[in-house]
Design a protein around this ligand. Sequence first.
Ligand code: FES
Length: 89
Amino acid sequence: MIWQCKIRHYSSAFGLSEHDSILTSAHLAGEKLKYGCAAGHCGLCKLRLCSGQVDMRHSGGISRADITAGYILACCSRPLTDIEIELDE
Ligand code: FES
């Protein structure tokens, strides 16, 4: 684990591997993030990236408008830095 992910409005954080998606790292750490296809199609894992950078390679599960607004898909984004995310409830 080389990067850290903080979850805004929660006191939790978990480690991120440069080789795994944010979703995979979260699940390995016991954090329950919403997901469906785990392949960049359905959009269920969408969350807001508050700070930091990721490399996202999706398959159409997120709109250009959402990306512009700062959203990412956790299942197909790998961290490039420490990040902070905000979950939709
Ligand atoms: S779980 Fe379907 S797009 Fe991420």
